[in-house]
Write a protein that binds this ligand. Structure first.
Ligand SMILES: [Zn+2]
Ligand SMILES: [Zn+2]
Length: 334
């Protein structure tokens, strides 16, 4: 894509359930506390589908989606320190927090009362450039490809928060074996856990992909695993997986819902929750989650599998994600 010094390109959502459109805009100047980033790659996350489908409340419109941004610092706004021009940075979903609400003040900024989310309530990374709040950007190492690093910024980070929430048990089920699960499986196996991968019925490609990454078992999400699980994480946006996962975990086991949106959960008998099984959700991430996970990722030797699309093909990338037409993660390259 050709850009002059003053013009950027972005894929813009004007209204929910309409295709993104390529637009030319002036390159923004970073305000106080912000950095301007020249984007190398932006990952495509299932949350972007929920944004495009209008399934999340109170989003900004028009919006540039995308919250797994890898790029380089092109300019610093007034008052920014700790970054230099040309430095590689990552921008995640958590775009800003208020810093003063009870959640921010108690180490739970993921639940902030007045947050901004990248690619949802502030413009994100389906673009050649973006501005971001410097306090919520992370330096990234140079020894990983930009495309391979992008999925770490949401699939990895929020997957990590789910993983910690799931507890210490050795037998971990992952429902929906996409971008997050394929990263998390590698961390879990590195830590000596056993992964049970659940996919859409008959999705042998994803089941083989999971086995290839070291899962001890892979099968359809309606089936029971060969042994009771200590915990399970649900990444697929399918409410019917909640009772399925509760049935698969042992006494005291925990089921973590990792997505931002899910279809309705069907009613289920109390006995599958009984015996101190727990059902919890994970919302967003904290900067502490990011620092922890970005330190763990290289030690765990995580290798992300990515499918590249040109920025102008963002609609095709979203359609392929919806249909499950690739393994691992999709990324957009401007
Ligand atoms: Zn707050
Ligand atoms: Zn995401």
């Amino acid at each position: 894509m050709t850009t002059t010094d003053s013009v950027m390109h972005a894929m813009v959502l004007d209204r929910p359930r309409t295709p993104l459109a390529m637009r030319e805009r002036p390159i923004p100047r970073p305000a106080a506390g912000e950095i301007l980033i020249e984007i190398a790659v932006c990952g495509v996350c299932r949350t972007d589908l929920h944004v495009v489908d209008g399934e999340l409340p109170d989003g900004k419109l028009p919006i540039v989606p995308g919250h797994e941004i890898v790029g380089r610092v092109a300019a610093l706004g007034p008052g920014v320190s700790g970054f230099v021009r040309g430095e590689r940075v990552g921008v995640p979903w958590l775009g800003a927090t208020c810093g003063v609400c009870p959640y921010c003040r108690s180490g739970r900024e993921n639940l902030c009362d007045r947050p901004l989310f990248t690619g949802y309530t502030r413009d994100g990374g389906y673009a050649t450039h973006t501005v971001a709040d410097a306090r919520f950007c992370f330096p990234l190492p140079e020894d990983v490809g930009a495309a391979e690093a992008a999925p770490l910024l949401c699939a990895g980070l929020i997957g990590w928060r789910c993983y910690r929430m799931a507890g210490e048990g050795a037998a971990l089920g992952l429902y929906g074996f996409g971008a997050a699960a394929h990263i998390l499986a590698q961390v879990a196996i590195w830590q000596g856990r056993r992964i049970f991968a659940f996919t859409r019925r008959g999705d042998e490609a994803s089941q083989n992909f999971a086995r290839g990454l070291g899962a001890v078992w892979a099968g359809d999400s309606e089936t029971m695993p060969p042994e009771p699980l200590d915990s399970a994480i649900i990444f697929a946006p399918v409410g019917a997986l909640v009772p399925a996962a509760l049935r698969a975990v042992k006494k005291g086991g925990r089921v973590v819902c990792g997505g931002i949106h899910m279809s309705d959960i069907p009613s289920f008998p109390y006995r599958i929750l009984w015996e101190e099984r727990q059902l919890v959700s994970v919302a967003n991430l904290t900067r502490e989650d990011a620092r922890e996970f970005l330190a763990v990722a290289p030690r765990a030797g995580i290798k992300t599998q990515v499918t590249r699309y040109p920025l102008a093909q963002a609609n095709a990338a979203l359609a392929d994600l919806r249909a499950g037409r690739f393994e691992g993660a999709a990324v957009l390259v401007p």
